[in-house]
Design a protein around this ligand. Structure first.
Ligand SMILES: *Cc1c(COP(=O)(O)O)cnc(C)c1O
Length: 450
């Protein structure tokens, strides 16, 4: 129990008992709405706060109501990503396209999720996106799970459990949020056989490690870091030769799933050319919802789909709907309608024009800014060294206070500090968000001046 500190005897000590307060008529409505127990808890917290700041309790009712309201308001809010990081992990990676968002409402009601409308028989949910995936990537078979971590775990469990999997020491990666390859391997029941060194692993290292217990060679894309200098790694083509010679699988955890060449990122097409199973995320470079995409040879994919773990990591219907819409856009030549495609490909001159337009509008509202040449990042653990040239708008003023004020805006604007300046990057701001962003910047700048 907290006590009133007697070191400050001049403070009001006439704090009423919570049990008495909650019975006051003023609180009756809140009790009806939120239940007695929660109101008691909120009153207790409010009185403790009043005690700490020496408040007199005159605003107590409103404060308690606000506390209760805050407790029932969903925490997830739309934010404007002005950080310049396209696939911002903290901001939900890829924003969905308009048609993917529309598709969510189809799946939200009843749908033919697992019903074949032709035959009236039970259908397979993962077959929904499979046709689009095989068409888009030109592979034999496809399936979709919850995320790429699940895809890797399922591949190793269904195809390699109790057997050995050979992986380079240079590829024992950790992806944000505790996805560590050795841990995933252990969890799958496959035995990890490490070969090579941190900086150099050759095809012969894999071949020398193959035994009768080997199920697969695993390539893990070192998506979120680069080793430079004295390095060597086996190409997928070389690994495929080794795998074929010994009758073992070649599995590729591709990570980002680039559909076309960007920076030094390996592409899905190249990977499919050589591997039996390829996995990557739906919400990185594909620009769709969180999902784990699995592509490859029918036999392996079928084995994965039939494994009991597949049910535990299955994809949900909202995701499938958004993924189908995204894939369909890519198949029909409308990839430009996928937000991250626009962001990744926007010419720097377009970004500059947008920054300049914001600058003019803000000047009209008395907010001083300047344009700064800089670069945006792909993010999401993809292409760590691939910088996209950009033009930032720096808001003149105390940087960290401005960034915090923008973050508390309505909606929150996520800016970044660069060279001690609060900067917003037009590259990652969605189409149609310009006016809102300008309003939030204006309010934030005014709040600092006060
Ligand atoms: C991002 C990534 C993962 C994890 O994918 P999620 O979709 O976040 O589960 C696994 N492996 C690699 C190489 C990655 O880049």
């Amino acid at each position: 129990m907290r006590r009133i500190r007697d070191s400050q005897p001049d403070r009001p000590v006439s704090l009423p008992a919570v049990g008495t307060l909650v019975n006051e008529p003023a609180f009756a409505e809140l009790v009806r709405e939120h239940g007695r127990a929660r109101v008691v808890e909120a009153i207790r917290a409010q009185i403790a706060a009043e005690r700490d700041d020496g408040a007199d309790g005159s605003a107590r009712y409103a404060a308690v109501a606000a506390r209760l309201q805050a407790g029932v308001t969903p925490k997830l809010r739309r934010v404007i990503n002005a950080s310049g990081v396209v696939l911002h992990t903290n901001l939900g990676r890829a924003p969905l396209s308009k048609s993917a968002i529309d598709a969510l409402s189809v799946a939200a009601g009843y749908s033919n999720l697992e019903l074949d409308l032709e035959t009236g028989k039970r259908g397979e949910r993962s077959s929904l996106a499979a046709g689009l995936l095989t068409a888009l990537f030109g592979c034999e078979a496809a399936s979709v799970v919850n995320n790429n971590a699940a895809a890797v775990l399922l591949a190793l469990t269904a195809l390699c459990k109790g057997k050995e999997v050979i992986v380079s020491r240079g590829q024992l990666v950790e992806i944000g949020g505790a996805f560590r390859m050795p841990d995933v391997m252990r969890l799958s029941g496959a035995r990890m056989v490490e070969v090579g060194t941190t900086n150099r692993t050759r095809a012969a290292d894999y071949e020398d490690a193959i035994t009768s217990r080997t199920a697969a060679l695993l390539r893990v894309h070192t998506s979120n870091f680069r080793v430079t200098g004295f390095t060597e790694s086996a190409t997928l083509g070389q690994l495929a030769e080794v795998a074929k010679r010994h009758g073992v699988l070649l599995i590729d955890d591709l990570g980002s799933g680039a559909t076309e060449a960007i920076g030094d990122e390996p592409t899905v097409a190249e990977s499919l050319q050589h591997c039996d199973v390829v996995t990557f995320s739906g919400d990185k470079l594909l620009g769709g919802p969180q999902a784990g995409i699995v592509l490859g040879h029918s036999e392996a994919i079928t084995k994965m789909s039939r494994h009991p773990l597949a049910r535990a990591v299955r994809v949900d219907k909202l995701t499938l709907a958004a993924l189908e819409a995204t894939l369909s856009q890519r198949l029909t030549g409308h990839a430009d309608d996928i937000p991250i495609e626009r962001m990744l490909h926007a010419p720097v001159e377009d970004v500059r024009r947008r920054a300049a337009m914001w600058s003019v509008k803000l000047a009209e509202r008395g907010v001083e800014t300047r344009l700064v040449e800089s670069s945006s990042a792909v993010g999401g653990g993809s292409l760590p060294e691939h910088a996209l040239p950009t033009v930032l708008l720096a808001v003149i003023g105390p940087a960290s206070r401005l960034v915090a004020a923008l973050r508390r805006g309505a909606p929150p604007v996520i800016a970044r500090v660069e060279n001690d300046q609060c900067c917003v990057d037009p590259r990652t701001v969605l189409k149609g968000e310009d006016e809102t962003l300008i309003d939030v910047v204006e309010v934030a700048a005014a709040s600092i001046r006060r």
